[in-house]
Design a protein around this ligand. Structure first.
Ligand SMILES: [Zn+2]
Length: 124
C-alpha cells in the first residue's frame, strides 16, 4: 500500500480544509506527525493515535463471547454470541421494557443492531 505524501485536514491556523504536506515524524513521539498547510504554510503537529481511536471499529472475537440466553444478565461492552443466529455482538446499551423487564441493545456483526431480552424471570 503506497502512502500519499499529502493528507486533507482542517488547518488549525487558517481554519479551512487544506492539503497538508507531511513533513515528518516527531522525534520521541511515534504517533505524532508534522504537517504543513499548503494554503497558509503553517506547520502543525497531528496525533495519529487520537485519529485512529475515532474510527470506533468493533472487533468480534468468538473466544471472548458469552453465549446469549434470555435469563442471563449482560453488562454494557460485553461480547455475546447468539447461537440461533450464529452471530457475535457487543452490548451497547441497556433499557427497561414497557412490561417492566430488562433489555439489551446489541450491535451484531451480521444482523446489525438488535434488541434482546435479558434477566428474564421465568414464571413458575
Ligand atoms: Zn492553513
Amino acid at each position: 500500500m503506497s502512502k500519499s505524501k499529502y493528507v486533507t485536514q482542517v488547518c488549525t491556523s487558517c481554519g479551512r480544509e487544506s492539503k497538508m504536506e507531511i513533513i515528518g515524524a516527531v522525534v520521541g513521539a511515534e504517533n505524532k506527525i508534522w504537517y504543513r498547510c499548503t494554503r497558509c504554510h503553517h506547520s502543525m503537529m497531528v496525533d495519529t493515535a487520537v485519529k485512529s481511536k475515532q474510527d470506533n471499529v468493533i472487533t468480534y472475537n468468538r473466544e471472548e463471547c458469552v453465549d446469549y440466553s434470555p435469563e442471563k444478565v449482560f453488562a454494557v461492552g460485553v461480547s455475546i454470541y447468539h447461537t440461533d443466529w450464529d452471530d457475535m455482538g457487543k452490548v451497547t446499551s441497556k433499557e427497561k421494557t414497557s412490561s417492566g423487564g430488562n433489555a439489551i441493545w446489541v450491535q451484531f456483526e451480521k444482523n446489525g443492531i438488535k434488541k434482546l431480552i435479558e434477566n428474564l424471570q421465568l414464571a413458575d
